[in-house]
Design a protein. Structure first.
Length: 119
């Protein structure tokens, strides 16, 4: 499984970005897809999950109401729409894919894309 994030960059506070993550070498619709982020000097933090069945888990309070995860199975792509961005959203954003099997769970990560929120 290969995951490639894009769409990161520099944005002013209050602005928006949409991060796509394109998956390949997999049956995308079978995977639970998530976004994580990691700020400098901090641990990786979970941001959002959209299951293979299309269920979205609750977002953490830090992004609730501002971030939305979605997926397009026809395009093998998961998206993170980020609105009302704050400087504390500055981080490397990682795409994550999980395949839950009968006997094991397999995880895959993308290389990350940098998001910087600054004026």
């Amino acid at each position: 499984v290969q995951l490639v994030e894009s769409g990161g960059g520099l944005v002013q506070p209050g602005g928006s970005l949409r991060l796509p993550c394109a998956a390949s070498r997999c049956t995308f619709s079978n995977y639970d897809m998530s976004w994580y982020r990691q700020a400098p000097g901090k641990e990786r933090e979970w941001g959002a999950t959209l299951t293979s069945a299309g269920y979205s888990t609750n977002y953490p309070d830090s992004v609730k109401g501002r971030f939305t995860i979605s997926r397009d199975n026809a395009k093998n792509t998961v998206y993170l729409q980020m609105n009302s961005l704050k400087p504390e959203d500055t981080a490397v954003y990682f795409c994550h894919a999980r395949l839950v099997g009968l006997h094991r769970t397999t995880d895959y990560w993308g290389q990350g894309t940098q998001v910087t929120v600054s004026s």
